[in-house]
Design a protein around this ligand. Structure first.
Ligand code: GLA
Length: 590
């Protein structure tokens, strides 16, 4: 009774006040998901063919195997938990989850969540931003499809955001994943729309074609969902995970109000798929940081090409997710995990790289053929995690100098986090011999070469892209245009210096705004603008008038400022992109 009344009072029409990636709002960060979320989700192991028993057995396994205490705390149920949208807007799934009937109809999942909480775990739930869900479009043979009339089968959150979020919050959930098939896959041509099984929705999000999608509407729907999250349980909101597969330019706007957002389509347990998803997130180190993470999808460690017969690949997959600070959501059947696979997902040193409190996403600092090197600055000054990756099918020798890592040539300690051995360091150069598909994950503990100087690659989490500027109208999701990148142009073309990448440079879209959280800790900034005029710099909101010296470089005093804004020239100045070369921030304190 009471629930019905609240439901009516809160029913809203979603989709207003869209800002389409251009607003200079503060990024959402710090408190919720301060480090990348870790947990388990049934989808990669079971698809949609799972029920309460599988989830609870997996929760038991997380505890018994010690994984909970390693940090894997979220138990997230996925698509398929629902029976139907009930008479009063409630969702029920009487046969699967430990629910309690409520007076006046409806049901609560609170007992299920309480059970997980009592085990020291957290609980996650799932919905869709449209009327209908991915399973209804793509998985018609699952036994877990919603039932009832067309309206009862509309279990997505469209037109019901407030009541759904209230239920999830009241039931005690800690996390919600919000999928997007409802706004992408129920257009007029979908067979089940044609035959009247489902209502037509748009589509407003076109797969692969952000330029043709209704970006403002998509962003508006997700933004209003987040407002409901904050309203529903003030002070203790759910972690908001956006599952829009890198479509609708989600990567550009989600950091402002969600804790994690998918950067690509669904992963599968193949080497090529893992690399594809990794790349979609690895290019966006300037968009992530504490409370807002790029999500290349859930882990396939333990499955297919990453199972106990492919430990080299399993370790590589885990290393890559660790070094780019990706959420670590396990996707294997824990009841079948072998000791070797458990050793991969439980490697404490590797988890510590992922969970490092500074929250920097690793930055691509070199590419040589099939080799790639990613460096992640850690919270302790002079400590870095370095992934040396062999993407190819042939053995590979890779090396990186400590100078490229901005570290002193001598005195560094190097540890291989998989094999425990010391890495090979000779004359200030770290070298590894890699088997096909092998990644060496190293922890290097040294001293900064110039203790007071920081480049963007030393502190990517301090950066936020608050306006994305120019986006090519024909951009596709496959070849992503990234509005601000270290060492590359937005198109992905490298910014080179000598035979390497210029990792002190940021390639930016025309008209983009980058905000740097200075926290009052920096004394000066030096950089060389790619073109002499048209760019802007603001310090704590005040525009500066920078002058270049004889060598073309600009030096600015940052004394005591908290917020620096770097504004690329608008496209009307003639170019689609702009390069901030040789960015060097001098710290006031070490
Ligand atoms: C989409 C999502 C997946 C999973 C399935 C469930 O494909 O991207 O992660 O949630 O839906 O149907």
């Amino acid at each position: 009774m009471v629930l019905g009344r609240i439901g009516l009072a809160l029913a809203v029409v979603a989709g207003f006040s869209a800002v389409n990636g251009q607003a200079a709002a503060a990024p959402n960060h710090q408190t919720l998901a301060a480090t990348p979320p870790m947990g388990w989700n049934p989808y990669n192991a079971f698809g949609l063919n799972y029920g309460q028993d599988d989830v609870l057995a997996s929760a038991d396994a997380l505890v018994k195997l010690g994984l909970r205490d390693d940090g894997y705390r979220y138990v997230n149920i996925d698509d398929g938990w629902w029976l139907k949208r009930g008479p009063k807007g409630m969702r029920i799934r009487t046969n699967l989850y430990a629910i309690a009937k409520l007076p006046g109809g409806g049901a609560s999942m609170r007992p299920f969540v309480d059970h997980l909480h009592a085990m020291g775990l957290k609980a996650g739930i799932y919905t869709d931003i449209g009327y209908n869900t991915c399973s209804q479009r793509w998985d018609k043979t699952t036994p877990n499809l919603p039932v009832g009339t067309r309206a009862e089968r509309e279990v997505g959150s469209m037109d019901h955001q407030a009541i759904d979020v209230r239920d999830f919050s009241r039931w005690g959930f800690d996390f919600v994943k919000v999928d997007a098939c409802g706004i992408a896959d129920f257009g007029p041509d979908a067979p089940d729309v044609k035959n009247g099984t489902y209502r037509q929705m748009g589509p407003i999000m076109l797969r692969e074609r952000p330029g043709a999608s209704d970006l403002a509407r998509v962003e508006g729907l997700y933004a209003s969902f987040e407002r409901e999250i904050r309203k529903a349980r003030p002070g203790h909101p759910l972690v908001f995970s956006i599952c829009a597969w890198g479509e609708a330019d989600v990567n550009n706007w989600a950091p402002r109000f969600s804790q994690m957002w998918r950067t690509s389509g669904d992963i599968n347990a193949s080497w090529a798929s893992m690399l594809h998803n990794f790349d979609s997130a690895a290019s966006r180190s300037l968009f992530a940081g504490p409370g807002h993470w790029n999500d290349p999808d859930m882990l396939e460690v333990g499955n297919g090409a990453f199972d106990a017969n492919h430990l080299t690949e399993a370790r590589a997959h885990m290393s890559l997710w660790a070094v780019i600070a990706a959420p670590l959501i396990l996707g294997l059947d824990l009841r079948k995990a072998t000791p070797e696979i458990l050793a991969v997902i439980r490697n404490k040193d590797v988890i510590a790289v992922n969970q490092d409190p500074a929250g920097h996403q690793g930055v691509i600092i070199a590419r040589q053929g099939d080799g790639e090197i990613i460096a992640k600055p850690l919270a302790i000054s002079g400590h870095k995690a370095v992934a040396m990756i062999n993407r190819g099918d042939q053995p590979l020798h890779l090396s990186v100098s400590l100078a490229e890592l901005n570290l002193m040539a001598d005195g560094a300690q190097i540890r291989d986090l998989w094999h425990g051995s010391q890495g090979v360091l000779r004359d200030g150069v770290v070298s590894v011999d890699l088997a096909p598909h092998e990644t060496a994950l190293l922890r290097i503990e040294g001293r900064l070469a110039q203790p007071a100087l920081r480049s963007p690659a030393d502190m990517p989490a301090r950066f936020h892209v608050t306006q994305v500027g120019y986006l090519p109208p024909d951009r596709t999701t496959k070849e992503q245009w990234v509005p601000a990148r270290i060492g590359f142009l937005p198109s992905g073309a490298p910014i080179t210096r000598g035979d390497g990448l210029e990792t002190a440079a940021i390639g930016a879209s025309a008209g983009s705004h980058l905000v740097v959280d200075l926290g009052g800790q920096f004394r000066t900034l030096r950089f060389t603008p790619g073109v002499k005029a048209g760019y802007g710099v603001k310090l704590d909101g005040k525009a500066l008038a920078p002058h270049a010296g004889a060598d073309g470089s600009v030096t600015l005093s940052l004394a005591g400022a908290r917020r620096l804004e770097l504004i690329a020239p608008p496209r009307t100045a003639g170019a689609d992109t702009f390069i901030w070369h040789d960015l060097r921030f001098e710290r006031a304190v070490n």
